[in-house]
Design a protein. Structure first.
Length: 256
């Protein structure tokens, strides 16, 4: 496997790498073409984000039905946007030293759905919209927030306090976290260390598969010539009947 571009990462790329390094390599390093099965949930998520952006920035006067559960919050964000104290769908890119840089050239990149600044610049609120379920994603979503907070702290050196909010739009559920600048700097160091370890493995072409029913079920490379762990690419009906402890090492690796 050969690296086609200079190393860069995002939270989603790092999460995929930790989930299965082989799948990460096939998608992001070798860029192997694969059939992208249309995901109605992902498509809806994109659409809902667009609805939110257009309402907050004033492009539309009508709040979409999907956003009605959060109507007071969106109205407040809209007012702050008019005052110049909020921004939407921000593309943030940083170089290896965490200096802001063009998004496309970034060593690390992320998209911020909504950012609200207090007028006295003492506090910044970063909001991430979520569609779908919360259960089972708490840890991942919380870690994503830590990356946003670290990035906001770099972009706003005068800010001392940061709030990260997850708006679960389908559930009428808002989860919030509050952090200090010291917290944000700790997060920045932690993500730098994690990215360094990830880059070292990418440069060493260390891409072992991580077979599991969950990982392989939706992987576009399962049951292809690119991956030999096809035993785990099972149907939903079969998945509940399989106990990994009952399989041999050879079966786990797709060699039998």
């Amino acid at each position: 496997m050969t690296q086609q571009k200079p190393f860069s990462w995002s939270f989603s790329a790092m999460s995929l790498f930790n989930q299965c390094a082989l799948r990460y390599a096939l998608q992001h390093v070798d860029r192997v073409p694969y059939n992208r099965v249309e995901n109605q949930y992902a498509e809806r998520g994109i659409q809902v984000h667009s609805f939110a952006e257009d309402y907050v920035n004033g492009k539309t006067e009508v709040l979409a039905a999907d956003l009605q559960k959060f109507k007071p919050m969106f109205n407040a964000a809209r007012r702050e946007f008019k005052k110049g104290l909020a921004c939407v769908e921000q593309e943030w890119g940083f170089d290896r030293n965490w200096e802001p840089i063009d998004f496309k050239q970034g060593w690390v990149r992320m998209l911020a759905d909504l950012v609200v600044f207090k007028r006295d610049k003492t506090r910044t609120v970063i909001v991430d919209y979520k569609t779908g379920k919360r259960w089972g994603n708490e840890l991942k979503h919380g870690e994503q927030g830590m990356l946003y907070v670290a990035s906001a702290a770099v972009r706003s050196p005068e800010t001392k306090h940061f709030d990260f909010e997850l708006w679960y739009l389908d559930l009428n559920d808002l989860v919030g976290y509050s952090y200090t600048r010291d917290d944000a700097m700790d997060f920045k160091r932690d993500f730098s260390d994690r990215a360094a370890r990830m880059e070292a493995r990418v440069l060493d072409k260390d891409f072992p598969p991580t077979p599991s029913v969950k990982n392989c079920k939706y992987c576009p490379f399962a049951r292809t010539e690119h991956c030999n762990v096809a035993e785990f690419a099972v149907s939903a009906n079969q998945a509940s009947d399989i106990n990994a402890t009952d399989l041999s090492v050879e079966q786990l690796l797709g060699l039998k």
